[in-house]
Design a protein around this ligand. Structure first.
Ligand code: GTP
Ligand code: SPV
Ligand code: MN
Length: 595
């Protein structure tokens, strides 16, 4: 137990409001975890998977309304709408708290209130922060134990006087005396709330038990609240994977990459190079916290301790390291279940066994137009069990970043790879990233193109225009040659409905080019939009892509870019006086170059 008065008072305060049946302080131990899993199996909330096929692994199905993040119910409750900016839903903090206290009152009746201390980032690192989450969801507890460093150790780091980020969560389904529980307690979409209070650095979540809505260390804390901390303290909290890449000579560099949700971070972070002699290792697959080191370089840690990854299309051929990471000690949500209690999903690499159940617990019909696994079904597995994990993931100092990549899902316009001419140009590229919407979010039209600056549209805890300014300002804090080089990549360009670039492991060819550019090799030439590879600079030996397709993948089409510029100018308008003048200038340069 803790002697931290702030924490004790806070827990007592919320106990009064939530009125739970009892309180459980999580120690994070194996035994505690097993007890919670066993009780979920006993109550039918979890299914223990076949011990021979998936040792120590469990299966969950959610409610239909609770399958992904819900941006329409996500609020940034700053003092003023201007502070939240044009890309966020704003609500008045006091009004929102009043509204939520009404639904929070008695919300945990008949349930256990769990108190989970956790560290975002390696325990005791000066780059890490402690949070404490209160929840009434045992599902959330077993997930937070994988995704964060949760339990007694985090409490020890917090100590008697340490401060923590308070995270409040309830599924909003109290149980009256004698009332039977349901398999997945939650509220209908319009009654869910995912609220961030940037001024007081608090998180209040209600009505959802899934993913980023409920595992509050992840998007709510490590991105929305941490982005505000980063702005105040001079660092960056980003929706980025971190990977280490070693060339055939044994030289190693680290790369961070921001792609929107379900656009390939997990896959790139775990990639197995198809070109001989190269090696990729994983530091993180979703979030990076980056601060300047004493050497003037940008150093990154992964604040998380596990993967919460998209399941469909994960196979031994598309992503062997992810596939191998999820063969044991793994939690699966909303995939299919086979008759022998194994899991199945689209793109797993083999036929669905007869008699399997789909994620809605119906016998799966192969001819149905609905998939067996929900498109945002996820696995949750410890980072340490990925075969490609770089031991440096637990390094308190993090790793120095040589290159930053921005990307998205773009069927047209954006070439396979191009490079910013300098930092500000790179910030401009990050600020205009567009992507076709994926199933990682509920209520938006899948496939529709939207701007997702820095892949942070749903995750920036303050005015996005000020966030752009923060990036520009950080570029002045060190010598230019110490800053990471910035690139834009696009694995998703199509021609007649088919991918032009094979992606996955073949992306190593682009990474190798980027690596060599970080050594300032003379392999790039200027183009109107930035530096592009000289002919032959990307190794295509053994690649099954025709020369014409390669050309199409790299093409910079003047007409498409003119349309892109018009879209961008329109997008920039929404930021008004918050848009840094540097970005307008950079955009003007591209516009002039295209003439
Ligand atoms: P979040 O966890 O939502 O932040 O997603 P993520 O960015 O980690 O995406 P992930 O790696 O899970 O990929 C999402 C989808 O994109 C999966 O269905 C992948 O199979 C697909 N994908 C990933 N990389 C590639 C690629 O290089 N080419 C193509 N065509 N598809 C890819
Ligand atoms: C994302 O949507 O970017 C995710 C999944 O990584 S969630 O944790 O649900 O936000
Ligand atoms: Mn993500």
């Amino acid at each position: 137990m803790t002697k931290n008065i702030e924490l004790i008072n806070w827990v007592n305060h919320w106990k009064e409001i939530f009125q739970p049946k009892n309180i459980h302080w999580c120690d994070g131990s194996e035994e505690e975890n097993q007890n919670i899993l066993d009780s979920m199996v006993a109550s039918g909330v979890a299914i223990k998977l076949n011990e021979e096929k998936k040792p120590n692994s469990y299966y969950f199905q959610t409610d239909d309304s609770d399958v992904a993040r819900i941006e329409s119910r996500t609020f940034i409750c700053s003092e003023t709408p201007e502070k939240a900016g044009p890309t966020n839903n704003w609500e008045d903090p006091n009004k929102m708290k009043q509204e939520m206290l009404k639904v929070y009152k008695g919300a945990m009746k008949g349930r256990t209130m769990y108190v989970m201390p956790f560290s975002m980032g390696p325990l005791g690192s000066d780059k890490s922060y402690i949070g404490v989450q209160i929840t009434d969801s045992p599902y959330v507890v077993v997930h937070m134990r994988i995704m964060t460093r949760m339990g007694t150790k985090a409490l020890e780091v917090l100590g008697e006087n340490g401060h923590f980020i308070p995270c409040i969560h309830s599924v909003g389904y109290p149980l009256e005396e004698g009332q039977k529980d349901v398999k997945w307690p939650c509220r209908p979409i319009e009654e869910k709330y995912i609220c961030q209070f940037p001024q007081t650095k608090e998180i209040w979540s209600y009505g959802s038990g899934y993913g980023g809505n409920a595992l509050l260390g992840k998007k709510c804390f490590a991105l929305r609240i941490a982005s505000v901390l980063g702005k105040e303290e001079g660092w960056l909290a980003e929706h980025m994977l971190i990977l280490g890449i070693t060339n055939p000579k044994g030289e190693k560099k680290y790369i961070a990459a921001a792609f929107p949700s379900a656009c390939g971070k997990t896959n790139l972070a775990m990639l197995i190079p198809t070109i001989p002699g190269w090696k990729v290792e994983t530091i993180g697959d979703d979030i990076a916290w980056m601060k300047f080191g004493q050497d003037g370089r940008l150093w990154a840690i992964n604040p998380e301790n596990g993967f919460f990854g998209v399941v469909p299309q994960t196979s031994i051929s598309t992503n062997p390291n992810a596939y191998l990471s999820i063969q044991h000690n793994t939690l699966f949500t909303n995939v299919g279940l086979t008759p022998d209690n194994d899991v199945w999903w689209e793109g797993i690499g083999y036929e669905c066994p007869e008699g399997s159940l789909d994620w809605k617990n119906r016998v799966y019909d192969k001819n149905s137009s609905e998939p067996c696994a929900q498109s945002n079904s996820r696995f949750t597995a410890p980072i340490a069990q990925c075969p490609a994990t770089d031991p440096a993931y637990d390094e308190t100092n993090g790793v120095p970043i040589s290159a930053i990549l921005f990307g998205g899902r773009r069927q047209t316009t954006v070439p396979l790879v191009y490079e910013a001419k300098n930092w500000n140009h790179g910030v401009m590229i990050g600020s205009v990233i567009g992507s076709e919407i994926t199933s990682a979010v509920i209520g938006l039209k899948e496939g529709e193109l939207r701007h997702d600056p820095f892949a942070m549209k749903p995750f920036c805890g303050y005015n996005m225009g000020d966030y752009f300014q923060h990036w520009i300002d950080l570029g002045k804090k060190t010598e230019q040659d110490k800053l990471p080089k910035i690139f834009c990549v696009n694995w998703f360009r199509k021609d007649n409905g088919k991918w032009l670039w094979p992606g996955y492991g073949e992306n190593s060819r682009v990474l190798a080019y980027i690596f060599d550019r970080c050594n300032n090799e003379d392999i790039a030439i200027d183009s109107p939009i930035g530096k592009i590879p000289k002919p032959g600079a990307i190794n295509i030996e053994g690649l099954k892509v025709s020369e014409q397709d390669m050309e199409k993948a790299m093409k910079i089409d003047k007409k498409e870019w003119e349309t892109e510029i018009i879209r961008t100018e329109k997008f920039y308008e929404i930021f008004g006086s918050h848009l840094p003048k540097e970005l307008r200038e950079e955009l003007q340069t591209i516009k002039d170059n295209l003439k």
